[in-house]
Design a protein around this ligand. Structure first.
Ligand code: R5P
Length: 295
């Protein structure tokens, strides 16, 4: 039995179809004072999978997820698997400054104390967040699904580019599947007020020559696009180095502050994401890889 929360309705329906499982109807509404109402319709099976991204509005979607888990437990579900394709609050996994809340820890505790037996997410921002769970907690990669989309939709051999070193693993995973070159962009501090972004070769760790992307189809890959600042910077570097076409892919399209517009205006040909968060950019579905992880 599959239940989709408000943030992941379409994806839940696709996963139910993929697994040939029953999709359960959930009634949700807000009372006039803003409090949340939720009713699960139908007979509850022993094992239930709840799909709900903790995306904008994060607090509302988190509360709804907790209500779903707690209610299912109360109604007799024996095993509850929670899938949060996008796990919000995973970027605050430690105290960067004294006194800050470690949000990821609290969210993990809330999910398991509500009654979750298993947790699964996709390209979590910091893998150490999984250690906050005492239940089975797994992270799967969307890169095979993105690589498949590129293979099926882009004819020429691309060059895969990580916009910073943090995205290195994503670029490497896609490049290995597609058997093509990959680079990462590195910020180099040349002086107090002088930061330069360079294209770096993954083997030698040396700045590569200008021909690395010249006249090539460059594909930028990142886990999250929020304001789009990282991607716009990367597009500018690739354009300066003569890239012919630039496509942008990400897993989680947060896309705030006019990010889509900024990315296209900077020169991207396509901006494509998964459906971890429902968006106009969500052309790569996670339904298959999540279903495979559940089988
Ligand atoms: C950073 O660690 C992430 O991988 C993304 O690069 C970052 O969250 C993107 O943020 P923005 O779109 O605001 O530059």
């Amino acid at each position: 039995m599959i239940i989709g929360g408000s943030a992941s309705q379409d994806l839940a329906a696709k996963i139910a179809e993929e697994l040939d499982d029953e999709l359960c109807y959930v009634e949700t509404k807000k009372f006039p004072d803003g409090e949340r109402y939720l009713r699960i319709d139908g007979k509850i099976s022993d094992e239930v999978t709840v799909i709900q991204s903790i995306s904008f509005p994060q607090d509302e979607n988190l509360i709804e997820l907790l209500f779903l888990i707690g209610n299912l437990k109360d109604l007799g579900a024996k095993k509850i698997k929670v899938i949060a394709p996008y796990m919000g609050y995973a970027r605050q996994e430690k105290r960067f400054n004294p006194g800050e809340v470690i949000s990821a820890n609290i969210v993990a505790n809330l999910i398991q104390s509500a009654g979750a037996d298993e947790f699964l997410t996709v390209n979590i921002h910091e893998k150490c967040v999984l250690d906050f769970f005492n239940i089975s907690a797994r992270n799967i990669s969307a890169m095979p699904a993105i690589a498949k989309y590129i293979h099926n939709n882009i004819d020429e051999k691309p060059v895969i580019v990580a916009p910073d070193k943090g995205a290195y693993d994503f670029a490497q995973e896609i490049a290995q599947i597609l058997d093509c070159e990959f680079f990462y962009l590195s910020k180099v501090r040349l002086g107090p007020d002088n930061v330069e972004t360079r294209i770096v070769d993954v083997c030698s760790e040396e700045t590569v020559n200008i021909n690395a992307v010249k006249d090539k189809r460059a594909i930028i890959i990142d886990d999250i696009i929020a304001t789009g600042g990282t991607i716009v910077n990367a597009i500018n570097i690739l354009k300066q180095n003569g890239a012919k076409t630039i496509d942008v892919f990400c897993v989680h399209p947060i896309l705030v502050n006019n990010a889509t517009n900024r990315i296209y205006s900077a020169g991207a040909k396509n901006l494509i994401s998964t459906d971890s968060i429902s968006s106009d950019t969500s052309k790569v579905s996670l339904a298959k890889i999540i279903s495979d992880a559940l089988r």
